[in-house]
Design a protein around this ligand. Sequence first.
Ligand SMILES: [Zn+2]
Ligand SMILES: [Zn+2]
Length: 396
Amino acid sequence: MSIKEEAESLKDKLVQYRRHLHMHPELGFQEYETSKFIQEKLKELGLEPKVWAKTGVTAEIKGEKGDGKTLLIRADMDALPVTEANDVPYKSKNEGVSHACGHDAHVACLLGAAELLVKHKSDFKGKVLLVFQPAEEGPGGAKPMIEEGAIGDPNNPDIDAALALHITALADVGLIGVTDGLLTASADEFYATIKGKGGHGSAPHMAIDPIYIAGQVITGIQGFITRTVDPVDHVVFTWGKVVGGERQNVISETCRLEGTLRTHRREVRKKLKEDIPEFIKTTAKAYGGDAEVEVITGYDVGINDPEINKSIRKAMAQNYSEKAIIEREPIMGAEDFFDFSLEGKIPVSMFWLFAGNKDKGFVHGNHSNYFDFDENALPIGTTILVDAAMDYLNTH
Ligand SMILES: [Zn+2]
Ligand SMILES: [Zn+2]
């Protein structure tokens, strides 16, 4: 039997796993039941799961063909604070929380892959490190797992490469999306407090208006970025939250801004993380005010390794069809899977597992309260993870 046929024979089980997880979604770092479920399934396969960062789980599968590299395969496991709008038999039982990003599918595919990799130990050399990671939707679970030692000493890690998939219904089931090189953006959080001086709305000259200053910062920052960053570099800065003021005729003391910075290059990211706070402070000072800016470092830029992609493409071509591989453009979204690259030291790759189906109504984007997908994608995900992993380990 081919890996594809074996994965197809696991389909009912994969659907069961997915539906169980879908009915019991948990938010980041609260995935205790999900974690327990995963550990039980791994133990049933004779593996020895280890727990990291509260709910994260790893397990090793050693190939019996000899020594070789270690490939990490990662599935994230957290849900979102989204109330599911679909009326399906497997609807979320946890009110206000749902697997609107399909991480239930990622766990199911990786549990399926674990089962087949255990069965096929004698067919590959090296090692697979299964990683079930919490809190991808924030604040990020990859980093705490790495810091706790899940991949050994980060300065001399126990892994040589990393692989992951992400499900989406934005193209039809049966297809996968592959991108060589740049895939996702870095994401950092900005929290600014503009400080002014309160006063009467009729007498701005006797006060310092932090809301006016915030206005200058909000619009000015877009020009600041386009005039100081090379236009060939992609950058997005969005203020997602603005809070200030008490009432219509009062100038307030402060105004608070919260925003996100996305970039596609580590150098640009580093520069803007320094320059943007400076811009905000300088703008505030120009109007007699001041500003405090806090920057919280988020996810790294996502750059896919073409060598790992070769194994992904080969797995898809030999089990399905070369025509089922779609080349995809990079996005400004971010993914903490790429933190496992240790800032580019470890080759990593994530591919899209398409699971859309217009006839069944699976057309909604990730994070939508209507998000759902065609479960026929589950054995495809398992197949690609298994065959790509074995191919990569046997050829590197
Ligand atoms: Zn998501
Ligand atoms: Zn996701």
